[in-house]
Design a protein. Structure first.
Length: 219
């Protein structure tokens, strides 16, 4: 049975109120292991801004662990993006709305301006609608244009709910264990031509998928 418009608006309103304290409380309860090296933290300590990319289906904890680093976020203009914007704004992100299918060029320009103000940028390169785990151009193009390091981040949750969404969205249980694994900084030569840039996008996709597999292995 479908909800009438009034009930639907009420539920959406209640959801927008509960998502901020609820997700924050969940993330604070998790046991987060940083594997290999915590590259974003090291860059931040050295006053170096960066671009970080992680898959849309794993994004809860990657968003959370970056929230003290003068971060900007690229979020879609969808209704789901509205909820995420409220959450990330509460986590002190500077949110830019846009995607490859809507407002992408203007969003890229806004992100470039923010990097010049010493913001780092977080992007889900397969969002907002997939295909799942396919790396779109935005993160690589931004790294190329700004000469900032690109960090790829895999996130694995030991105990989780997996939604039946296009990205198989994962929500960790309270007090679950989480593995985070980061790549070394990847620098994209600003002089790369179209074909070489496309090759780099594919390399980032392969590397991020490998990191995701590693993060998902629990001993």
């Amino acid at each position: 049975m479908s909800l009438n418009p009034v009930k639907k608006k009420l539920l959406n309103f209640l959801g927008s109120l509960l998502i901020k304290p609820g997700v924050t409380l969940l993330c604070k309860s998790l046991r987060i292991n940083i594997i290999n090296n915590n590259v974003p933290d090291e860059l931040y300590k050295n006053h170096k801004n960066f671009i970080v990319a992680f898959w849309h289906g794993t994004m809860i904890v990657p968003w959370f662990i970056q929230n003290k680093k003068n971060m900007a976020a690229l979020v879609s203009q969808s209704k789901d993006g509205d909820l995420l914007t409220k959450l990330l704004t509460n986590w002190n992100y500077k949110v830019v709305r846009g995607s490859s299918s809507s407002g992408g060029e203007a969003a890229l320009e806004s992100l470039m301006e923010l990097t010049m103000q010493n913001y780092s940028v977080a992007i889900t390169p397969d969002g907002p609608r997939g295909p799942k785990k396919k790396f779109k151009a935005g993160a690589v193009v931004l790294a190329k244009k700004t000469n900032l390091p690109l960090v790829l981040l895999g996130a694995g949750y030991r105990r989780k709910i997996i939604l039946k969404s296009w990205d198989r969205f994962k929500i960790p249980y309270f007090f679950s264990e989480v593995n985070i694994i980061c790549s070394d900084p990847v620098y994209i030569d600003k002089n790369l031509d179209y074909d070489k840039t496309s090759e780099m996008i594919l390399k980032c996709e392969v590397q991020l998928n490998d990191l995701q597999k590693q993060a998902g292995i629990f001993g």
